[in-house]
Design a protein around this ligand. Structure first.
Ligand SMILES: Cc1cc2nc3c(=O)[nH]c(=O)nc-3n(C[C@H](O)[C@H](O)[C@H](O)COP(=O)(O)OP(=O)(O)OC[C@H]3O[C@@H](n4cnc5c(N)ncnc54)[C@H](O)[C@@H]3O)c2cc1C
Length: 478
């Protein structure tokens, strides 16, 4: 890292935020608005974490994780960011499913799903209403022993087609399986069902640009290409961070880096009691992802075929098969010109779930070959919806779990954080090491754009309480 990335940096801040994912950015903004001095250090040259984009020759721009989020983003962005950001959020209405069990199009809202379940799947209205109400009523403090599989069996016994309709998009969205606690499903599914699926009009580049401007207005010191090497803990309390060999002191650290990396590498297990360190070690990571980015040549157009296409030739929903290297289950996200008003360009991004180990164990040659196969299979599958798609493209490339690991430093390229047990570890860090906080994709329910933003706010409020009460104690003793 070039030394001048830390040019004019102060020796001390109230809070250092590690990482600029949506939780880190939002936490930094809330804390700065509370009046604290905040330094945000991001290891990558861009801000946004997984909420990112990249440009390619030929005028192409690709969004990595702008596929859809729940309506709650509007409220969160208005409250914790700006009206301009909130006002750019728009609904996607064409959500398509195409698999051997059913083909349908939906707005992915409760009323539409209810009609589909009655008319296409023959389920009684009363059962559907009870299912929606049960899912809606679930919260973190509920019994966590019931799994999503059991929830579906209770309401829709032996209906693998219904389970697929209800589960497949959620598996794409956060990597969860039928064996997670049912509350993780209930919370995420109900968030989407309340009013459908939304995206940010203008693209991720515009969103992160607006967020950066707001952070600067609120006085956050923002630095990119600055990896944190260590969180300094002395006499059991957080004292600062080390970046590029330089010690910057602070009252609290808000880590948006991967939870397990924060505990293991940035702090070190020796600073936690044995039981907590064991619990942190035992936290399971969620899976990773593969994507194929397809840029349509300038001047070419494609007809509207829906906004999000969940496609698969697998006979039934199977989360393990969805992560396999030869999976046929993928989501196509269609970006028409109105994604970026004023543009006349089209692009398509295909996303699938993936196991890190499948990709990390390959030789360089095998890895390149596997990427070529991924691209070829993806284009073959897309031909069904856009005949001659290959003739319309002038750019195509793929990313794999190794790509995600490289750009975010998340262990095993985990793109959706941790399984449910990660949430308790994340929330209890400051009880172990005063001044140490974490926010970012954990516990399934805190992942995704909305989950990350909302968790960033919750943790920022805790950090504010911690730093403010430490200041009061200091004043009282002065
Ligand atoms: C392919 C894909 C598609 C997705 N699609 C959607 C979608 O459609 N809708 C949705 O809601 N969500 C989606 N998500 C999930 C969503 O993008 C993430 O849950 C969310 O953006 C994660 O935010 P976060 O705050 O947890 O941090 P992250 O985005 O994970 O960012 C963490 C940041 O910390 C930085 N960092 C790590 N270590 C250090 C260090 N030592 N020093 C400094 N910086 C460090 C990283 O570089 C990174 O910038 C998708 C994710 C993927 C991968």
């Amino acid at each position: 890292m070039a030394q001048d990335r830390l040019k004019n940096i102060r020796d001390h801040y109230d809070i250092v935020v590690i990482g600029s994912g949506l939780a880190g950015l939002t936490g930094a903004n809330v804390l700065a608005k509370c009046g604290h001095s905040v330094l945000l250090l991001e290891q990558h040259h861009n801000f946004g974490g997984l909420a990112t984009w990249f440009r390619r020759k030929g005028g192409h721009i690709f969004d990595v994780s702008l596929h859809g989020f729940p309506v709650g983003m509007i409220k969160s962005c208005r409250k914790y960011w700006t009206r301009e950001i909130a006002d750019s959020i728009v609904q996607l209405k064409g959500i398509r499913f195409d698999n051997p069990q059913f083909q349908l199009e939906t707005t992915y809202e409760r009323a539409d799903f209810t009609s589909l379940l009655i008319e296409r799947f023959g389920i009684a209205r009363e059962t559907i209403e009870r299912f929606f109400d049960t899912a809606r009523a679930m919260d973190f403090y509920d019994d966590q022993s019931m799994t999503t599989r059991q929830l579906f069996e209770q309401f829709f016994p032996n209906r693998s087609d219904v389970a697929r309709l209800l589960m497949e998009p959620i598996t794409y969205a956060n990597g969860s399986t039928l064996d997670e606690p049912a509350i993780t499903y209930g919370i995420v599914f109900s968030n989407f069902m309340s009013k459908g699926v939304y995206i940010f009009r203008g693209g991720t580049d515009k969103l992160i640009g607006l967020m950066k401007a707001e952070l600067q207005r609120n006085g956050v010191d923002l630095r990119s290409s600055c990896p944190i090497e260590r969180i300094v803990v002395d006499k059991g309390r957080v004292k600062g961070v080390i970046a590029n060999g330089r010690h910057i002191t602070c009252k609290a650290v808000f880590s948006n880096a991967n939870l397990k990396r924060t505990v293991r590498d940035l702090v070190g297990y020796e600073h936690f009691d044995d039981k907590f360190a064991e619990a942190a070690q035992a936290v399971r990571l969620n899976n990773s992802s593969c994507q194929v980015y397809m840029g349509i040549r300038k001047g070419e157009t494609i007809d509207y075929i829906g906004d999000l296409l969940f496609t698969s030739t697998a006979p039934r929903f199977d989360s393990k098969a969805m992560r396999a290297m030869d999976t046929t289950s993928r989501t196509f996200s269609m970006y028409y010109p109105d994604t970026r008003p004023g543009s006349d360009r089209y692009s398509i991004v295909s996303s699938s779930n993936a196991n890190y180990d499948d990709w990390a164990s390959l030789t360089d040659e095998e890895y390149q070959e596997a990427k070529r196969r991924l691209i070829a299979n993806t284009l073959d599958s897309l031909e069904k919806y856009i005949p001659n798609i290959r003739d319309k493209l002038d750019h195509v490339e793929a990313s794999t779990p190794k790509t995600f690991e490289h750009y975010t430093q998340h262990i095993a390229g985990a793109t959706f954080g941790t399984k449910f047990e990660g949430l308790a570890v994340s929330m209890d860090l400051s009880k172990q090491v005063p001044g140490l906080f974490h926010a970012g994709s954990v516990g399934i329910i805190m992942s995704g754009w909305l989950g990350a933003i909302n968790y960033g706010v919750i943790v920022a409020n805790e950090v504010d309480g911690f730093v403010s009460s430490a200041a009061e104690v200091g004043e009282a003793m002065a």
